[in-house]
Ligand binder design. Structure first.
Ligand code: SF4
Length: 416
């Protein structure tokens, strides 16, 4: 736990607020947010989600650990292989109620290719009529025309990779867009009629002061987005930042600094009425919790198509090759492009329920640790430090708990 961890937080007591017309009320009790269980269930539903990994980007950002190649030259071959993969899964999963195009950069594709992919999915797989349909977009790719095309294709949610509103920081992060591009894209999305816009910001690198972080969040708020993700930079294997770190030219933040930035975001956004519902995610109200991403945190089945995409059917998990070439070769030979497959044991499910539960306000069921003396002592200590609360049958992390979720989960899981 970072030094000064407990002292540095300032919680509001008993704050409750009504959410918009169609949402239920959330209650703040000290640092703890309580949701009706059904609210999260509604966001997740029990239907599976569909994720599509578009494996192309204009260039490779120095911090990015996701699989993508900085070229679109294999697009046509990839789309053909992708359609074969869709066909192999026809009827295997129940009706989907979320579709998420991520990557990589979906908006890097030509509008015709994007339309081809989406229309193929709608023709060959089954979606409920109220599906959440999200596309990740890079601000530099979104012209007013392209925004209109995305809307016409049926997307009802856009997740915009803004990252920062400071051009110096954007250039440090290797982004190909400017703050002006993001501002224009946000305006175009609203003009086009998008009513569910998510915006990603990033913190935790040496070039960024707390003042800049504060102004990035406040600038984001001027666009009144329905959802904001504040991601802490992590140094991923094989990235340019990892090489810089090894050479000593990149010095990551220490835990105390990270905690300061984390709480800055949480304080500003909660004061503006956003719900800090997952470690990195804030929704303007419960209706705008990401339905698709919530499935990952609650062991709801999902199908992932495209290179490096992961799938889960409720008991087993499998994932595709992280290589466009290997992915295409497998499908051209009539085979699924899966690289590995694992069946989850009951113990794995239990450990995952704890580590995922400590990262979102649904928490986990206390019954999971009922027979574990040491784990229960750790949980009591965590509660005394204000890291979790015991609410009914559940262990619910507080915001301070979010900040140390991985460490607390590690301690609990290694105590079994
Ligand atoms: S951060 Fe996004 S745009 Fe940058 S390389 Fe990764 S997937 Fe591509």
């Amino acid at each position: 736990m970072p030094d000064g961890f407990v002292k540095s937080t300032n919680f509001k007591a008993h704050k409750s607020r009504a959410i918009s017309r169609n949402c239920i009320t959330s209650q703040w009790h000290g640092d703890e947010v309580q949701l009706g269980n059904w609210a999260f269930d509604e966001a997740v539903k029990k239907s599976p989600g569909l994720y599509i990994h578009i494996p192309f980007c204009r260039s490779k950002c120095p911090y990015c650990g996701f699989y993508s190649i900085p070229s679109a030259s294999m697009t046509k071959r990839w789309i053909k292989a992708f359609k074969a993969e869709v066909s192999l899964y026809k009827g295997v999963f129940k009706r989907f109620d979320s579709l998420y195009l991520g990557g990589g950069t979906p908006t890097y594709l030509d509008p015709e290719d994007l339309g081809d992919i989406v229309q193929f999915l709608f023709r060959h797989l089954d979606f409920s009529s109220d599906s959440e349909i999200t596309i990740e977009a890079n601000p530099g790719d979104l012209t007013a025309d392209k925004t209109g095309i995305i809307k016409d294709l049926g997307f009802n949610r856009v997740s915009l990779g803004v990252q920062s509103f400071d051009d110096r920081i954007l250039s440090y992060l290797g982004r190909m867009h400017t703050a002006g591009d993001s501002e224009k894209a946000l305006e175009d999305l609203r003009l086009c009629g998008f009513e569910n816009i998510g915006l990603d910001l990033i913190y935790g690198f040496p070039e960024q002061s707390i003042k800049e972080w504060d102004s990035a969040i406040n600038r984001a708020l001027e666009f009144n987005p329905e959802h904001i993700s504040c991601y802490q930079l992590t140094i991923e294997k094989g990235t340019a930042f990892e090489r810089m770190k090894e050479k000593g030219t990149f010095k990551p933040m220490n835990e105390n600094e990270e905690f300061k930035y984390f709480m800055k975001a949480s304080n500003i956004l909660e004061d503006k009425g956003y719900l800090h519902y997952e470690i990195s995610n804030f929704a303007r109200d419960e209706c705008h919790i990401s339905r698709h991403n919530s499935k990952y945190w609650h062991h709801v089945p999902y199908l992932g198509l495209g290179p490096s995409a992961h799938s889960f059917n409720g008991t087993s998990r499998w994932w595709n090759f992280s290589s466009v070439r290997k992915y295409c070769e497998a499908l051209e030979a009539g085979r699924l492009p899966s690289e590995e497959y694992e069946t989850l044991t009951a113990e794995q499910v239990r450990l995952e329920s704890i580590s995922l539960g400590l990262r979102n306000i649904r928490g986990f069921d206390r019954g999971i640790t009922a027979n574990e003396r040491e784990a229960n002592e750790i949980l009591l200590m965590a509660r005394n430090h204000g890291l979790v609360s015991f609410t009914g049958s559940r262990v619910i992390p507080t915001r301070k708990g979010f900040a140390v979720a991985d460490r607390l989960a590690g301690q609990l899981c290694s105590s079994f």
